[in-house]
Each structure stands twice: as structure tokens, then as C-alpha cells.
Design a protein around this ligand. Structure first.
Ligand SMILES: *Cc1c(COP(=O)(O)O)cnc(C)c1O
Length: 375
């Protein structure tokens, strides 16, 4: 069936650089405990839900007209939320930060150009690269998945890419980069005029005191910091991602965006939510607590969790991650196999969800008839 589809696909006049590729495909399975795509597992607070319903209802009255193409109110609210002296002219938004990242590649990448990432990192970077016909250059991390300023800067100097993705905190490893890495990569890209994108999708979950690359924006017109409302703000379904950068970067993105790309419904949803930032972020501390609990418990079980500044934990030390993934699924817990030998990734859930994950994992590791899963 699948091979039949692939066979028919291959007969279409598809662009050469898309041939043989597979689409983004984290499984969307119908199980009770979904800890596989780093969503916020806590439901929207009632006050936020009510505010969204009211504002969307009002917006619905005007759906015969195109929305504000410049989403001015939303850019003002996002600038206010980010702080750092940012103004509406520094902000750009799209239907998820994935769309924003794609627009960046449409404007600054494309045929004959290159974008560099440092795997293991966000699996969408190479897909966004092929979608825009930008060549993807895979940088190298150390064996423990770390990336130092010197090492990253040297690779950028050698490869001179048109763009660089730095994911901080990094998905799937969860660890934040020091600002020294961002500064060094930016400086190394001076000669090649490299655009440096710091993807801070998980910034709100970082340990207190972890600095944001937003603080580096003044005076750096090639630096872009992207954020999303999909994770900490519990609004993955609303599709709203955004960036902060020099105003001329936003002007460049106006050249490639589709007209009226942010619907009136999306703008109303995001504006309503941003009037209740306190309530929205109230669950973040709770999720950070569950995240720290997972790291502690996995360590106690003899596994090797990476330091996490995000709402998920990447852990190694598994002899047979596929068996553990399957065993968890049979207990109604879906986690992510990111294809790295010996490792799995789990999103921090509510307290009850996290408990269900930890209890089942320990059963799987200690046998219960099956072979132990630790290496
Ligand atoms: C989840 C995630 C995003 C957010 O994607 P949206 O399109 O905003 O939902 C961006 N970057 C990384 C690294 C992510 O893990």
C-alpha cells in the first residue's frame, strides 16, 4: 500500500530535491497519555479559554473582510511580553514558528544557498531547507551532544553558511546554549554575512537565570530570535509563532509572506491569550517541577538523562529503546523515539501523567518477565 503510493508519487514531476523524502511524521496516536511532541500537557486556564472565546466571537463578526495584514495589535502585545526594549517593528509572526522559520529561509536561503544546523537538533530544519531548496549543512557536536563557542564558531567560519540554526534549549536534547556560543557564531559569520537564528521555542522552561539571546539583539542586524505560543503558552492548536529581530529583517519577510497570512481568528486568539500572560504561564513552574522530577528519577533508575532547560527530558542508557517505547505505548503512554541509539525523549506531563510514565518505565527496566532494558 505504502510502496504503491510511493511508486505513484515517484511518477509525478516532483522537484529533484524532494524525491525520496519523508514528511514530518511524529505519530499522532489515540492514547491517553501523550508525552511525545512536547506540547503543554496542562489544559488552558478557564480565564484564558473564556477570553479567547469572547475575542474570537467578536472577530467572527468581521470575517467578511480580510484581517489586519500587519497584525499591529499582536506585534505590540508580543513586543510588550518579550521586553528587552523591543517594539512592534522588531516583531514578526506566522502560523507557528515553523512558518516563520520557513519565511526566513524563503527570504535568505534558496537555490545555491546553505543553512547549517547542529544535529541532533530539531528535525524540521532539514525539511524546511529542502522545501525551500536550501542546502542543509550538518554541523558536528561533541560526543555528549554539547556545543562550545570555539567549536561552533570554527565550523561556521569553515563552512560560511548563509544561515545558521542554533536551537536553545535544543530539541531533542533539552539543554540551553550559553550566550557565548551565539556571540561567537554571530562574529564568525561576519565575513559571510550569515543570518543567525536562535530558536528559543522552549525558553520559558529554562532554569531561572538562563539568559535569552534577545539580550544580544541590539547592534546585531543578522541575529533573529524565534519563539512560539505552542509550548509554554499551551496554544499548539492555535498556530502562532513569532520572532524578534531588526526591523529590516521583518521587512525582508514581508517580501515572501502570503497576503493576510495570519487569519483574524488567529490574531484574536493570540491577542486574547496575551492579555492573560500570568494565568497562561502559571503552569510553567509546575511543568518545570515535573521535568526536574523525571531527571531525578531516571538518574535513580540508572539511566542517563541530559540536563534539561525545556519541558522534556532526553535520556540514554537504554539497551533496547524500541522495546521500552512499545512497552510504554501498551500502557497508554506515548513517548518519542528520535532515532538516536540508546535514547528516548519524554515530555514532562501533569503530575499524574508523569507518575504513570515513571512507574511503567521502572517496571519495564526491572523486568517483570521481560529482559532488563538498561545497558
Ligand atoms: C515545537 C518546536 C517549535 C514550535 O513549532 P510551532 O510551529 O511554533 O508549533 C519550534 N522549534 C522547535 C525546536 C520546537 O521543538
Amino acid at each position: 500500500m505504502v510502496s504503491d503510493l510511493l511508486e505513484r508519487l515517484s511518477r509525478l514531476p516532483l522537484r529533484d530535491n524532494l524525491r525520496g523524502l519523508e514528511p514530518y511524521g511524529a505519530p499522532q496516536l489515540d492514547v491517553p497519555i501523550l508525552l511525545n511532541v512536547n506540547e503543554n500537557t496542562h489544559p488552558l486556564p478557564a480565564e484564558v479559554h473564556q477570553a479567547i472565546v469572547a475575542e474570537v466571537s467578536a472577530a467572527a463578526m468581521g470575517l467578511n473582510r480580510y484581517p489586519d495584514r500587519e497584525f499591529t495589535e499582536l506585534r505590540e502585545r508580543l513586543a510588550g511580553y518579550l521586553g528587552h526594549g523591543l517594539q512592534a517593528e522588531n516583531i514578526w509572526a506566522g502560523n507557528g514558528s515553523n512558518e516563520v522559520l520557513q519565511q526566513i529561509l524563503q527570504a535568505f536561503g534558496g537555490p545555491g544557498r546553505t543553512v547549517m544546523g547542529f544535529p541532533p537538533t530539531y528535525s524540521m530544519y532539514p525539511l524546511l531547507a529542502s522545501g525551500t531548496d536550501t542546502a542543509y549543512l550538518a554541523g558536528v557536536r561533541s560526543a555528549d551532544f554539547g556545543l562550545t563557542a570555539d567549536d561552533a564558531a570554527r565550523q561556521v567560519r569553515e563552512q560560511a553558511p548563509n544561515l545558521v540554526f542554533l536551537c536553545s534549549p535544543n530539541n531533542p536534547t533539552g539543554t540551553a546554549l550559553g550566550l557565548d556560543v551565539v556571540e561567537a557564531v554571530y562574529a564568525a559569520g561576519e565575513a559571510s554575512s550569515t543570518i543567525v537564528i536562535v530558536d528559543e521555542a522552549y525558553a520559558e522552561f529554562a532554569h531561572t537565570g538562563t539568559p535569552s539571546a534577545l539580550s544580544l539583539l541590539p547592534g546585531r542586524e543578522r541575529l533573529i530570535v524565534s519563539r512560539t505560543m505552542s509550548k509554554a503558552f499551551a496554544l499548539a492548536g492555535a498556530r502562532l509563532g513569532y520572532l524578534a529581530a531588526a526591523p529590516e529583517v521583518c521587512d525582508a519577510l514581508r517580501l515572501v509572506r502570503l497576503p493576510y497570512h495570519l487569519s483574524a481568528v488567529t490574531q484574536a486568539t493570540a491577542n486574547a491569550a496575551l492579555k492573560h500572560v500570568g494565568a497562561l504561564l502559571a503552569n510553567v513552574e509546575d511543568i518545570k517541577g515535573q521535568r526536574d522530577r523525571i531527571v531525578e528519577e531516571l538518574t535513580r533508575m540508572g539511566l542517563k538523562p541530559a540536563a534539561s532547560d525545556s519541558n522534556f527530558v532526553f535520556f540514554g542508557g537504554l539497551e533496547d529503546p524500541r522495546r521500552i517505547w512499545q512497552g510504554l505505548l501498551e500502557a497508554g503512554v506515548l513517548v518519542r523515539d528520535v532515532g538516536i541509539p540508546g535514547h528516548l525523549r519524554v515530555t514532562a506531563g501533569t503530575e499524574a501523567e508523569t507518575t504513570a510514565f515513571l512507574v511503567r518505565l521502572e517496571e519495564l527496566l526491572t523486568g517483570g518477565g521481560a529482559t532488563a532494558g538498561r545497558s
